[in-house]
Design a protein around this ligand. Structure first.
Ligand SMILES: Nc1ncnc2c1ncn2[C@@H]1O[C@H](COP(=O)(O)OP(=O)(O)OP(=O)(O)O)[C@@H](O)[C@H]1O
Ligand SMILES: [Mg+2]
Length: 456
């Protein structure tokens, strides 16, 4: 697909610090966060004027799912807008909590595991053509996704027993299956639940469950940009050879623990390849594909350059090549410096605390944000575009229509329901508007509905 719909869902970790005050459970903290949302939206599952979905699922992890995006920088801005929305929820939630006599601060972390060993996700959604054979897609995608952590892992200080060390990925130890229709119970690499959020005869949605949440904008660009390019390659029908892994779940864990990238994994064919070799294989094929067919968007060369640089850094162990660009390397530099300065071993809980604080979304406390402000992490989008994305939807997908609908409803205090496909005014008689094509930006029935809300 030349133009592809892509969206990112992020679940946030939650905590409350309570020096000298009574502690409250994560569920209670989440209730404070969502109190203002429930007040205006009559639900803890709402859509925003930027087209995104903000909700509290079972458990206590607030989730933000970006609207449908069709360009990489727009997607990065929309995802960062989610962080900004969460910061506003913290500000109001803390004030409400203090009014109730509960002191302390609320923390949200854009990471994937907590100290109790629970894991929560960052899912990617890529629209793909229905005609693409899913078994062929997953056979090629899984070796790519299992090794993708080399170029876009968030890095993890792992304290667990003989598994102690600095690993590429937060999520690798928490996936249990290659492909499956479950997301939480037996976490797969790719979720096969067939829910395209579009015309099911033409489209399907590839739902990737295995990725880490990224703080770094360049890592996000590389993660989504490279995955989209691999999808294009597969969609072109290219013959890529057989890379099927004998045991993807064992491989993903072994690869995560080996920062040299040389860990060999066994293929079903009996051959062995290292994680670096598998990534090089995909990079070479994608590069040749782009040379032959041309770049399909303005950032392809940047994605390819970052991808190659990340693999070179691992191969030569010159991490300086990516110390401002790839989350795990940015974090490793930070933890290494901290350990050296304080004469600490990696197994020290203080080092694990640095790992956690890297993901704190507070602009003051969060170590990633501090590094970014100091120029130690490269940016891709401007603060102005993130600010705009907090309220304005992408203008090239149906999110634009949804955004206008929600804006009108909020301005006129109307009770409405929306989801990715539908728009409905609850307190009026009238049909539900269906937007089956994610690329539509104008729809007569939707315009009529919005005009009716506005009374024009
Ligand atoms: N046609 C589409 N193709 C690909 N992605 C889409 C399409 N339509 C919407 N999306 C994206 O899919 C994501 C859906 O997020 P949501 O959290 O609702 O996930 P879900 O898998 O449908 O449900 P849940 O998380 O509740 O299990 C959003 O980021 C959205 O932008
Ligand atoms: Mg979701």
């Amino acid at each position: 697909m030349d133009r592809r719909i892509i969206g990112i869902e992020t679940e946030y970790g939650i905590a409350h610090s309570h020096p000298g005050s009574r502690s409250i459970t994560p569920e209670e903290v989440a209730r404070y966060l969502f109190k203002p949302v429930v007040e205006w939206g009559r639900s803890s599952n709402v859509f925003l004027t930027n087209g995104a979905r903000l909700y509290l699922d079972v458990g206590s992890h607030p989730e933000y799912a970006t609207s449908e995006c069709d360009d990489l920088l727009g997607l990065i801005s929309q995802d960062l807008a989610g962080e900004s929305v969460m910061r506003s929820l913290i500000e109001r939630g803390e004030a409400l909590m203090h009014e109730d006599g509960i002191q302390g601060s609320i923390y949200l972390f854009k990471n994937n595991s907590d100290s109790a060993g629970n894991s929560f996700g960052c899912h990617e959604n890529y629209m793909i053509p229905r005609k693409l054979e899913f078994s062929r897609l997953s056979e090629l995608m899984i070796p790519f996704l299992v090794t993708r952590q080399l170029i876009c892992g968030a890095g993890k200080v792992n304290l667990a027993g003989d598994n102690c060390g600095f690993h590429f990925s937060q999520r690798a130890d928490h996936v249990w299956e290659g492909v499956s229709s479950a997301t939480t119970r037996s976490r797969p690499i790719i979720n096969t639940r067939d829910e395209p959020h579009a015309d099911a005869e033409r489209f399907r949605r590839m739902h990737v469950i295995v990725g880490d949440s990224n703080m770094s904008q360049t890592t996000q660009l590389l993660k989504v940009g490279a995955t989209d390019l691999v999808l294009r390659l597969i969609e072109s029908g290219a013959i890529l050879g057989d890379l099927k892994l004998e045991n993807p779940i064992r491989s993903i864990r072994e690869i995560s623990r080996d920062l040299t990238g040389r860990q060999e994994v066994r293929l079903a064919s009996g051959r062995s390849m290292s994680a670096l070799e598998i990534q090089r294989f995909f990079l070479q094929h994608v590069t040749a594909f782009v040379e032959k067919n041309g770049a399909h968007h303005a950032h392809v060369s940047r994605v390819l350059e970052l991808w190659e640089r990340a693999l070179d850094a691992i191969e030569t162990q010159n991490l300086g090549l990516i110390e401002k660009d790839i989350d795990w390397a940015i974090k490793k530099r930070l933890t290494d410096a901290y350990m050296a300065k304080n004469s600490l071993e990696l197994s020290s809980p203080r080092v694990a605390q640095i790992d956690l604080t890297y993901h704190d979304i507070s602009l003051e406390r969060g170590l990633f944000h501090v590094l970014e402000r100091r120029g130690a992490a490269t940016t891709v989008v401007t603060p102005e575009s993130v600010e705009e994305a907090v309220t304005v939807a992408p203008q090239t997908t149906r999110a634009k229509i949804r955004g206008e609908f929600i804006k009108a409803a909020r301005e006129h205090g109307r009770d409405v329901t929306a989801d990715w496909l539908h728009l409905k005014v609850n307190d009026a008689q009238g049909a539900t508007v269906l937007l089956k094509d994610p690329f539509v930006t104008e729809d007569a029935a939707a315009t009529e509905l919005i005009n009716a809300i506005r009374g024009v």
